[in-house]
Design a protein around this ligand. Structure first.
Ligand code: GLU
Length: 444
C-alpha cells in the first residue's frame, strides 16, 4: 500500500483537515500488512474508496434566540460508508465542529461499528452550535431548525443519528419530535431516545459501562484484576459518569474528573453521591468542575489535565487529542499499567507510540467506546421489533459484544512477544469485515 501517496492525495484535496488525516494515517499504517496480503483489495481500490465519505450534506441552520435575535449556524451530516448496514453515528454540537472533526469521527465510526458485530455503517454529523448556556427553548428551536434540513437524508434503514458531545437526551428528544412531525412516522430514526418513546434501557450508561467491561477484560487477559486499582478519568459528562459508576462497581477507585477549567483530585475516591453530583454540575451549564472541590473537600488543580496524577489506569473520557506525548511520558513515569480511550481518538499519535513502545496496555477508542453505538444498535433492534428489553437483557448483550470486540482485537493484535497491540487488532478486524463487504458488492 502506498500510504504516503494516499495521504498526500488526501492532503491536497482537503488541506488543513488535520484530525481527519490523523485518523486515516493511524488506520492505514496498522492495516497495511493485511491489506498487502489481499491483492484483490488493491485491485478494487478499497482504500481509496474507503477514505472518502460517500457524501457530505452541509446546511445552514437559522433560528431565533430568546432575545429575538436571529442566529445562524452550520449543520452537517457525513455519510461515510454503508457497506455493512445503514449509516450510523452521532451528532456533535460544539463550537469546534468542522468538516475535519466530523470526517475523523465518521471514518473511525466505520471500524467501530464493524467491530460491534452489528450491521451498522459509519456516519457522523453535527453543528458548531453551542448548547452550553442556552435555554431549553433555544435548544428546542435550534434542534427543530436543524432537523428541518436533516430529515430528508435520514431514515431507520438509511441513516440513524444519535448523540455525541453536546447532544444528550434533551436534544435527541427535540430532534425526534420534529422528525416525527415532518415524516409522519414513529420509527427508530434516532437512537438515545427517552424510554417513553422507544429508547433503550442502559443506553445512557452504555459508553462508560462498555469501556469498563473492555478495560476489565484487558486486565484479566494480562492476569490482573481491576479491584483496588486507582483510575484517572477526564471529563465530567455522560461518558465519564457511566465510566465512574461501573469502575466503582467493579471495585476500582476513581480519583479524578476534569473540565475545561482544570481537574479534581479526590484521593478518597469519586463514588456514590459524588458520581451523581457530576450530573448536577452538567445541569448548571457553566462547564466547570471546580465546584466539586468545595462540595466534597477535594483538590482542584486549575488549568491542568489529570494525567499528572499517579494512577494504575487512565481513561480519557472527554474529547479528541486530550492526552499528548508529555502526558503519556508522565503517566508512564508514574507506573500506569493500562490506558483505555473512552473518548474518540483521545490520545495523540505520539502518546500512542509511547504506550506501545513501553508495552503499556492501550485500548483505542474505536474498541473501548464501542459500547455506546452497540447499545444504539440494540435500540434499533428493539424498535424494529416494537418491543423493549429489560435492563438486564440489554446489559448482558452489551457485555457479550464488548467481550467479542476484545476477542477480535486479541486475534488480530497479538504480537510474537505476547504483547497485544489493541490498536492494530481493532483496525484490522474492523477493516476486514468492511473491505470484504465492499469487495463482494462490486464497484458502487
Ligand atoms: N457518538 C457515539 C460514538 O461516538 C455514539 C453513536 C451512536 O450511538 O450512534 O460512537
Amino acid at each position: 500500500m502506498k500510504i504516503e501517496q494516499i495521504i498526500n492525495t488526501l492532503e491536497a484535496r482537503h488541506p488543513g483537515e488535520n484530525e481527519y488525516l490523523q485518523a486515516v494515517r493511524e488506520v492505514l499504517v496498522t492495516i497495511q500488512d493485511v491489506y498487502n496480503e489481499h491483492p484483490e483489495f488493491e485491485k478494487s481500490q478499497i482504500i481509496e474508496r474507503l477514505v472518502e465519505p460517500d457524501r457530505i450534506f452541509t446546511f445552514k441552520v437559522s433560528w431565533t434566540d430568546d432575545r429575538g435575535n436571529v442566529q445562524v449556524n452550520l449543520g452537517y451530516r457525513i455519510q461515510f460508508n454503508n457497506a455493512i448496514g445503514p449509516y450510523k453515528g452521532g451528532l456533535r454540537f460544539h463550537p469546534s465542529v468542522n468538516p475535519s472533526i466530523l470526517k475523523f469521527l465518521g471514518f473511525e465510526q466505520i471500524f467501530k461499528n464493524s467491530l460491534t458485530t452489528l450491521p451498522m455503517g459509519g456516519a457522523k454529523g453535527g453543528s458548531d452550535f453551542n448548547p452550553k448556556g442556552k435555554s431549553d427553548a433555544e435548544v428546542m428551536r435550534f434542534c427543530q431548525a436543524f432537523m428541518l434540513e436533516l430529515w430528508r437524508y435520514i431514515g431507520p434503514e438509511t441513516d440513524v443519528p444519535a448523540g455525541d458531545i453536546g447532544v444528550g437526551g434533551r436534544e435527541i428528544a427535540y430532534l425526534y419530535g420534529m422528525y416525527r412531525k415532518l415524516a409522519r412516522e414513529n420509527t427508530g430514526v434516532l437512537t438515545g431516545k427517552n424510554m417513553e418513546f422507544g429508547g433503550s434501557l442502559v443506553r445512557p450508561e452504555a459508553t462508560g459501562f462498555g469501556g469498563l467491561y473492555f478495560v476489565n477484560q484487558m486486565l484479566e487477559t494480562a492476569g490482573q484484576s481491576i479491584k483496588g486499582k486507582t483510575i484517572a478519568i477526564s471529563g465530567f459528562g455522560n461518558v465519564a459518569w457511566g465510566a465512574a459508576l461501573k469502575a466503582t462497581e467493579l471495585g476500582a477507585k476513581v480519583v479524578t474528573i476534569s473540565g475545561p477549567d482544570g481537574y479534581i483530585y479526590d484521593e478518597k475516591g469519586i463514588s456514590g453521591e459524588k458520581i451523581d453530583y457530576m450530573l448536577e454540575l452538567r445541569a448548571t451549564c457553566n462547564d466547570i468542575v471546580s465546584p466539586y472541590a468545595q462540595e466534597f473537600g477535594a483538590v482542584f488543580v486549575a488549568g491542568r489535565r489529570p494525567w499528572e496524577v499517579k494512577v494504575d489506569i487512565a481513561l480519557p473520557c472527554a474529547t479528541q487529542n486530550e492526552l499528548n506525548g508529555d502526558d503519556a511520558r508522565k503517566l508512564i513515569e508514574n507506573g500506569v499499567m493500562c490506558v483505555g480511550e473512552i473518548s474518540n481518538m483521545g490520545c495523540t499519535p505520539e502518546a500512542i507510540d509511547l504506550f506501545i513502545e513501553n508495552k503499556i496496555m492501550y485500548g483505542p477508542g474505536k474498541a473501548v467506546n464501542a459500547g455506546g453505538v452497540a447499545t444504539s444498535g440494540l435500540e434499533m433492534t428493539q424498535n424494529a421489533m416494537h418491543l423493549s428489553w429489560s435492563a438486564a437483557e440489554v446489559d448482558a448483550k452489551l457485555q457479550q459484544i464488548m467481550h467479542d470486540i476484545h476477542e477480535q482485537c486479541v486475534r488480530h493484535g497479538r504480537q510474537t512477544d505476547g504483547y497485544i497491540n489493541y490498536m492494530k487488532g481493532a483496525n484490522v478486524a474492523g477493516f476486514l469485515k468492511v473491505a470484504k463487504a465492499m469487495l463482494a458488492q462490486g464497484i458502487v
